[in-house]
Design a protein around this ligand. Structure first.
Ligand code: GLC
Length: 693
């Protein structure tokens, strides 16, 4: 059951796609006092949600702010990352969900100020609030209802489930060809190479450097022959430069965000001075979205949208003030206070809240112009929506890969997200693990972190362990920053280990794709905390480093250096699979409870749940060559010898949009005596490779 409460004059975010009449009676659960919502949190009640945020799966104990931020410091004490996902799920014996549809700054103080209080504070009270409860009292049912409210998650092309290589630092066509050749030489599968900002002419969106990439269509075609897709980056800021058509058109049509006096706002990003398209204005949005055609026409079929919080290195106005103030300090004795002030002048130039208060959007549809900070969290969402809506128009029958850095709930219908500028830290591998279920709750199914870590120098063991988790995340991309250690998988000494782990991704693909499609089409979670699958197990809610993935798997990644195994909690008996690659699958039945499970650096462990089945394909050099008609299957019936394991496999061509065609479904049954049957219109050969009886 969903109840909606409206306060003030909410800005239409289009996050919720269903219509709910606003309730007139008072809000349940919460007291409203002095501009905040208060809910007394019983001890032991976990609080889930918030999507892309720091800390645990259970969010208690910290204060989180929805304020899309370009902040590369993903620390335990960080308050905001790139997304604003205002959905919370309060557990306990009568759980409920709350979604606050509010595009301004919003703070969720979950037992930080006072251990037993949840305090939610919006900057102002123009908002819609939804309370979700379900009769069965299940967390999964509440999430399901919420996901139905916000609409179907984005579905990428199937090739986007392959392994991708990226680096801020590939500067020329030769660099790209070299990456492809080196992967081939190392016999490592690869489906995508990402183009970072250097492919553009002076960081101008929708241009290609003639000098560095003289013939992008040919390069894209050559790569595609090898099964590799090129995925260029698009940034939010449009360079101010006479003669640059995107700038000139945007200016002429009045499509850039403007200051109070109507002059376009000037902020700087990679190209220096830039204007920011008014992504909240439907005409400007359409105009910007249609620009992707330039690259689609060159044979490009995937993009990543960046710097769309929007990130601003400095505003023209503030920069001038800072120069004046710094000049005034010259020759003075800089004591502690003055030195602090001096340092803060430059340090607060980027992403300054005052700058966000100095420009406006014209949302059209009879709505008055609105100051950016009041709708700040919608910018990245609407940049990605611009692209998504244009793709529908330009390529109605084809899926285009799209993922964004900044997001708000609602954007999950147009694209995925990557988890931003993490570091090559073990703790960031664990953060990646913890973020996956929170993002699933909020509809962001197509997601993953920069594997190996973006900033700082990676190490071989970290990359390997991160890939061992990354092979399960829908977006599986190795990406790193300019100036850091190069981290393409072929650069490290134990190539065989890295190769085998990457190849495993392709074996898992039929399952991963099938679970993804079912989660998207049925509005369910892809990754879930253990407590969601085992609601009556009191220990399950304590587990922060294991996840359920789809219906059959439990993951227990190794995320510590110099370890050759880990402790795992099993809520019920399960089948342990230990593997160092497609040719090496080992099985062990495990009882419920705590276990120490060995996993050498090159080995991956995961668990098949009782009564479930895992289909596996042969490894392949790319997604196109994965053959889902010849499958092996691991079936774990548990100790019940009469049990049958059944699995509904979803498979399609991976490009089209006839998602609900029944021919995409096959049902596989494996009995404890090894009898296999498969219903469905596709011919499939299924060989059991492990059956527990
Ligand atoms: C931002 C992105 C990062 C990208 C870099 C250069 O920091 O988050 O992924 O490599 O910009 O474009």
């Amino acid at each position: 059951m969903v109840r909606k409460y409206s306060f003030g004059n909410p800005f239409p975010t289009d996050a919720v796609i269903k219509h709910y009449p606003a309730e007139q009676d008072s809000l349940p659960y919460f007291a409203i006092k002095e501009g905040s919502l208060y809910y007394p949190l019983p001890a032991d009640v976990p609080v889930y949600g918030l999507g892309e945020q720091v800390r645990g799966i259970n969010k208690r104990g910290w204060s989180y702010t929805s304020n899309c931020s370009d902040d590369p410091h993903h620390l335990e004490t960080t308050h905001s990352l790139y997304g604003a996902h205002n959905f919370l799920l309060v557990g306990g014996s009568s759980p409920f969900g709350i979604f606050i549809d509010y595009p301004g700054q919003l703070t969720f103080d979950i037992g930080y100020t006072q251990k037993d209080l949840l305090i939610i504070t919006p900057e102002n009270w123009d908002l819609d609030l939804y309370v979700i409860e379900e009769e069965d009292g299940l967390l999964t049912s509440i999430v399901h209802t919420f996901r139905q409210m916000i609409g179907r998650s984005y579905i990428p092309p199937k090739w986007a489930f392959g392994y991708g290589q990226s680096r801020w630092g590939y500067k020329t066509e030769e660099d790209i060809r070299e990456v492809a050749a080196k992967y081939k030489e190392a016999d490592m599968p690869l489906d995508a190479i990402y183009l970072d900002i250097d492919y553009m002419e002076q960081y101008e969106d929708f241009t290609v450097s003639e000098e560095k990439f003289p013939d992008l269509p040919r390069l894209a075609a050559d790569m595609k022959k090898q099964g590799i897709h090129l995925v260029p980056i698009i940034d939010a800021g449009v360079k101010i430069k006479e003669g640059y058509s995107v700038y000139e058109e945007g200016l002429e049509k009045g499509y850039f965000c403007k200051e109070e006096d109507g002059t376009p706002f000037v902020g700087a990003v990679w190209p220096g001075r830039a204007h920011f398209p008014d992504m909240l204005n439907p005409d400007a949005r359409r105009w910007f979205g249609m620009k992707y055609k330039v690259l689609l026409d060159m044979g490009i079929d995937g993009f990543w949208n960046d710097m769309n919080e929007p990130a601003i290195f400095y505003s023209e106005k503030r920069l001038n003030q800072v120069f004046d103030e710094v000049a005034a300090l010259k020759g003075q004795n800089l004591d502690m206070e003055k030195n602090d002030h001096f340092l803060s002048l430059v340090n607060t130039l980027a992403n300054n809240p005052e700058d966000y208060r100095s420009f406006y959007h014209e949302p059209g549809n009879g709505l008055p112009k609105i100051r950016h900070d009041k709708v700040h969290n919608l910018y990245g969402y609407n940049m990605t929506r611009a692209a998504g809506e244009a793709f529908e128009e330009l390529e109605p029958d084809k899926r285009i890969l799209m993922f964004s850095r900044s997001s708000y709930i609602g954007m999950h219908r147009y694209g995925g997200i990557w988890q931003g500028d993490n570091l090559s830290w073990w703790s960031h591998l664990l953060m990646n693990v913890k973020m996956m279920p929170s993002l699933s709750m909020c509809g962001f199914l197509y997601t993953g972190a920069d594997l190996g870590g973006f900033g700082a120098d990676t190490t071989e063991d970290l990359l390997l362990r991160w890939l061992e988790f990354g092979i399960f995340t829908p977006l599986m991309r190795n990406h790193s920053a300019l100036g850091t250690r190069e981290q393409e998988a072929y650069r490290f000494s134990n190539k065989a280990a890295l190769r085998n782990i990457i190849r495993l991704r392709y074996c898992l693909l039929p399952y991963l794709y099938s679970e993804y499609m079912k989660a998207a089409l049925n509005d369910t979670m892809l990754f879930a905390p253990l407590a969601f699958g085992y609601p009556s197990d009191p220990h399950a809610s304590q587990v922060e480093d294991q996840l359920l993935l789809g219906e059959s798997l439990m993951l227990a990644p190794v995320y510590q250096p110099n370890t050759t195994g880990r402790y795992v909690y099993l809520p019920e008996e399960m089948l342990l699979v230990t593997t160092s690659g497609p040719e090496d699958l080992r099985f062990e039945k495990m009882t419920a409870g705590h276990h120490y499970v060995p996993a050498a650096e090159h080995e991956l462990i995961f668990f098949v749940r009782k009564g479930h089945l895992l289909p596996l394909a042969e490894a392949a050099e790319n997604v196109e060559n994965v053959d889902a008609s010849v499958l092996k299957a691991i079936a774990y019936t548990g100790t019940d010898t009469n049990a049958v394991c059944s699995y509904t496999l979803y498979d399609d061509d991976g490009y089209g949009k006839d998602y609900n065609d029944p021919s995409h479904l096959s049902v596989i049954h494996i009995e404890a005596d090894g009898t296999v049957s498969c219903e469905g219109s596709e011919e499939r050969t299924i060989t059991p490779c492990f059956i527990c009886s």
